[in-house]
Design a protein around this ligand. Sequence first.
Ligand code: BG6
Length: 277
Amino acid sequence: MITHKKKANGFEYIHVKNSVAEAKIALQGAHIFAYTTQEDLLWLSETSAFASDEAIRGGIPLCWPAFGTNNPQLPQHGFARTSSFELFHTEETQADTTMLTLRLCDNEQTHLLWDYSFELMLHITISDTLKLALTTTNKDTKAFTLTQAFHTYFAISDIKNIRIAGLENKPYLDALTQKQTVQKGAITFDQEFDAVYQDVDTSIQLLDKNKIIDIQTQGPASCVVWNPWIEKCSRMSAMQADAYRQFVCIESANAYDDFQTLQPQESHTLSVTFTTL
Ligand code: BG6
């Protein structure tokens, strides 16, 4: 069942319920802020405002058409996460599968920030796995370059309990020191962590006390792993002081050196599938 809903302040979202999963997707940012099968996959800040022009803290913000500060002309992580998408297509052909497509096209506001014509489609498949495909089409007469990410906040039992496997021996850029390093063993956390791995072509697993989440990004892509830890968490918007213990971000991306250049009429898709094992 697909239902249009509004929070008390008028903030609009889509509620999806089928025989195996439930999800909530804000029209602002095509932002999935809840996805539940047996338990919640995603962390959502208790203090997130759900206000227009402010990104939701948690869930899956879409960073587009720039990741981080890769394009200094744009707000951090681009403008998609605060733009209004339209619900373009829905499909409920099986009891356990719901498909939605949300779309953002260039408009007066986007041209002020980024002067290109484009179509951005997020295809979401909600079943016992969550599948996302983000397709960008260049509708302009000139080429453009983009970086992007599914900035996924995973709900965890405690940051001290988790490990991330699948990135062993991968070179990465430590975004805190700007140094290139190589990942030794699985990732564990005991301080702030902000790292960008390139050419990630295998599945990544988030290993928690009582669950494993498998993350399959299609095509070689980048992966950003982030936890703000104590001090940064205390200065971040819409985060309680101990929030850093409750989530880790594993972001399927095309970021930093892994930028995409699209010629007129060309399309590119970044896809990811999350499965709780
Ligand atoms: C991560 C970056 O992707 O996003 C971090 O690696 C950043 O450096 C974090 O702090 C959160 O960004 P924002 O804009 O949502 O506060």
